[in-house]
Design a protein around this ligand. Structure first.
Ligand SMILES: [Zn+2]
Length: 207
């Protein structure tokens, strides 16, 4: 298992708060019931950094979302969940991703993408610390790319198209916060559809 065995409770807490925000309380309950986490309905994981739940639990929950909503529906919801999870984390516990106290510097369009890379690298380092050494973050022709392999967001899934929309939405929201504008984020490769890695490209904005 290349993933860390256990994840901070705060990741599960963030996941549940986000899903309730995006799907409503009944939507959250059906996902939890389907994936065998009905005990979380009355007893959600606490908002702390203890590690009581496993990466397998996390994967089971993501798989549940895709199975309950279907691939197409899940793709939109997961992207939205990625955006909201970044916004909620930034507002309530930015220390989880090591960005507490970080303010994107002056918004000079020429320099801002460098600033985005600098801050996103900090987030990637936090992700590696939590999930394991499964990330590569590097410059590419379009801007920057994030590779995930193996991938917690699609482990065990088989889909027609790319399905790791939560990290894509998370990147979209992070870029909007840092750059003050929206950028194009696309998942160019996805293990669930047969590629050997998941790869998100964050496009450099036109200046
Ligand atoms: Zn994936």
């Amino acid at each position: 298992m290349p993933f860390r065995e256990k994840l901070p409770n705060q990741m599960f807490y963030l996941g549940l708060v986000t899903l309730e925000d995006v799907l409503g309380n009944n939507g959250l309950k059906s996902i939890l019931n389907y994936s065998g986490f009905s005990h979380f309905i009355d007893n959600p994981p606490p908002n702390n950094l203890e590690k009581e739940h496993t990466s397998d639990d996390f994967i089971r929950m993501i798989t549940g979302i895709v199975n309950v909503l279907g691939e197409k529906g899940a793709r939109m919801i997961l992207f939205q969940a990625g955006i909201r999870s970044f916004e909620i984390m930034l507002d309530k516990f930015p220390a989880l991703f090591n960005i507490e106290g970080i303010e994107p510097k002056e918004r000079n369009p020429e320099r801002m993408f460098e600033e985005f890379k600098r801050i996103y690298q900090i987030i990637v380092d936090a992700l590696v610390g939590m999930y394991g050494d499964i990330y590569k973050f590097y410059e590419c022709d379009e801007g920057v790319a994030l590779e995930i392999a193996p991938c917690l967001w699609c482990q065990g899934l088989k889909t027609e198209g790319p399905i790791c929309m939560t990290p894509a939405g998370f990147e979209f929201a992070a870029a909007k916060w840092i750059l003050g504008q929206e950028i194009k984020v696309e998942e160019t490769h996805c293990i669930a559809k047969g590629d050997d890695m998941c790869r998100m490209v964050m496009h450099r904005p036109e200046v």
